[in-house]
Ligand binder design. Structure first.
Ligand SMILES: [Zn+2]
Ligand SMILES: [Zn+2]
Length: 256
């Protein structure tokens, strides 16, 4: 007979296993594509120098972050009667289902931006956020390389929303996969998006590997704090003024 506590543990452990498997699959695939000796992307490396931080540490930190995320999401099971989680897709329809995914991304973008600004307060930075910034020249494994305190703050996002807004459990799953793909993508260290990407009226608002890599360079870490979109950086004056210029430079250098 499974009691509440054992069911919670099972959800956390199984959830953790799948999150780690997804994270390692996505980051290792990116690593193989971009960091192999004969990679065709070599000329699009953002920083033309050796990595300053070994991926092993980035992986260890990321596994701790995923454990915290799994506890946070698994914990919703214990409080399920107080949340607005629902399992019957027909309850609010398919349009609302897709709207939830978009809403989760937009709320997460806002939450991340302001937590990130908080992380850059000198004392917080020195003891907490510095872990993420040790990856001066980040790799695909750096996406979740956080101090546990930062991981806890980031992991609050779904529990904060699900007590207020009705969310289908599968929309949380889709958002999580998009989030994983996105954090690996922005830490890849290579700018491989097409030249038109930063000029097109829609795509120019989406953060690129170069955009986030600029944030990891010590002298420009007060810029480019966003996660998915450029909106908040633009609005709050934290967008690096020469970002578009640098995008053009890399595109010209790589020659394709
Ligand atoms: Zn930062
Ligand atoms: Zn980063």
């Amino acid at each position: 007979m499974i009691n509440e506590y054992n069911a919670f543990l099972l959800i956390v452990v199984v959830g953790y296993f799948f999150r780690v498997a997804s994270y390692l699959t996505i980051s290792y695939t990116a690593w193989r594509i971009f960091y192999s000796q004969d990679s065709k992307y070599k000329s699009s490396k953002v920083l033309l120098k050796n990595r300053s931080f070994i991926p092993k540490i980035e992986i260890t930190n990321s596994l701790v972050t995923l454990a915290i995320f799994s506890l946070s999401l698994g914990g919703l099971y214990l409080f399920r009667d107080y949340t607005r989680l629902y399992f019957d897709l027909s309850k609010f329809g398919l349009t609302y289902f897709f709207f939830q995914v978009v809403l989760l991304i937009l709320i997460h973008d806002t939450w991340f931006y302001w937590v990130h600004r908080f992380m850059h307060i000198k004392i917080i930075y020195q003891y907490v956020h510095v872990i993420h910034h040790r990856s001066i020249n980040p790799t695909p494994y750096a996406g979740l390389s956080f101090h546990p305190i930062e991981a806890c703050l980031e992991g609050l996002i779904v529990p904060m929303i699900v007590f207020v807004i009705p969310l289908h459990h599968f929309s949380i799953f889709i958002w999580f996969v998009i989030m994983l793909l996105h954090v690996v993508y922005i830490h890849i260290g290579f700018e491989f998006m097409p030249r038109w990407w930063h000029k097109n009226n829609l795509t120019r608002w989406i953060i690129t590997p170069l955009y986030h890599n600029i944030h990891h360079v010590p002298k420009s870490m007060r810029y480019n704090m966003g996660l998915y979109f450029i909106f908040w950086d633009k609005l709050m004056g934290t967008l690096k003024p020469d970002y578009h210029e640098n995008f053009e430079k890399i595109v010209s250098r790589r020659g394709w």
